[in-house]
Ligand binder design. Structure first.
Ligand SMILES: Cc1ncc(COP(=O)(O)O)c(C=O)c1O
Length: 312
């Protein structure tokens, strides 16, 4: 029984790994081992053992999400990733920051904050719901682009509606118009197959503590190579004046944002392996099965409530 791997309350049928994923027992056990290793000798762990472990976790995550490890940093969550990018970029009065009516509230607040501080304007594309096709999403967003559009903040998977945006086409269409995209992929890792290099966005942030079932506090930020110099973490720390030349400034800064418990990051490879071992077909079968279950659940609700299905 797969259920036996989770601590979940047996009286609850827990469906919402999208808000906060529950972490399987074998991953929690691995986390305990990392924490014990840290507590046995904090200096040795944090100054010597941590970096190779972090690099290994980053390499494995990079392979899972189709990115180069050089373009990837761990952050505690997608909100932090969105904040790092938006608060690093320079905007001026009259600039337009494009998003949609379905953007997640916390990230929309970040966009509003940055716009208020810089005099930029938030432009909201109205993505319809119910909806018939991905083309309607592209059309709704593209028609809001103007010569003043400096950046688009777009979800990969929308929180409120569960819509999967055609993100690769959107990034391409916006690039053709000179607009960079910050993709909020909070839900995507583990839910949809990812290839960040193919998507080609300037910035992509995601969470490993939702459908990937890593411990809470494991997110990532991908920044395309040509954009890395401008992006700084929300917390400036030792990396800012590190004399090291063996790593990019981007990673030196993001890899140490002050003392934290880094075990969630280190457990990401364990979560990728464990979840991928649950079914004989590995991750592709797991994603397909979860998707089929979501559609079946939707049909039960729609039938009971006598509703038309709101999207393909
Ligand atoms: C689209 C979207 N963005 C961002 C987040 C924020 O995730 P976190 O709280 O882990 O930063 C969520 C959380 O559900 C989300 O759905």
């Amino acid at each position: 029984m797969i259920n036996a791997y989770w601590l979940l309350d047996r009286n609850i049928t827990f469906l919402n790994h999208g808000s906060f994923g529950a972490c399987p027992i074998p991953v929690l056990e691995a986390q305990t081992i990392f924490r014990e290793q840290l507590e046995r000798e904090p200096l040795r762990f944090l100054l010597r053992e941590f970096e190779p472990l972090l690099d290994n976790a980053r390499n494995q995550l990079a392979a899972f999400i189709g990115a180069s490890e050089d373009d990837l940093a761990f952050v505690p969550n997608a909100t932090t990733g969105v904040n790092a990018v938006l608060r690093s970029l320079c905007f001026a009065p009259g600039d337009e920051l494009l998003t949609t009516n379905q953007e997640y509230n916390a990230c929309r607040n970040t966009l509003n904050f940055v716009a208020e501080r810089t005099g930029a304007k938030v432009i909201v594309a109205e993505v319809p719901f119910p909806i018939e096709s991905p083309e309607q999403i592209i059309e709704a967003i593209i028609k809001c682009v103007s010569p003043q559009t400096k950046l688009a903040l777009l979800d990969h998977v929308v929180s409120q509606t569960g819509l999967i945006f055609p993100i690769k086409q959107l990034v391409g269409e916006l690039a053709n118009r000179g607009v960079d995209v910050l993709v909020d992929g909070a839900h995507a890792p583990g839910m949809v197959a990812l290839n960040l290099d193919e998507i080609g966005a300037a910035y992509y942030t995601g969470n490993c503590h939702k459908w990937l079932c890593a411990p809470k506090g494991a997110g990532f930020l991908y920044v395309r190579r040509d954009k890395q110099d401008a992006i700084r973490p929300t917390t400036i720390s030792h990396g800012a004046n590190s004399p090291r030349a063996d790593k990019s400034r981007f990673q030196l800064e993001f890899d140490w944002m002050g003392t934290v418990d880094p075990s969630p990051y280190l457990c990401v490879p364990v979560a990728i392996d464990f979840m991928g071992s649950l079914l004989s077909g590995g991750w592709p079968e797991l994603r397909a099965k979860n998707h089929a279950l979501a559609l079946a659940g939707r049909k039960i609700l729609a039938d009971k409530l006598d509703l038309r299905l709101p999207c393909p």
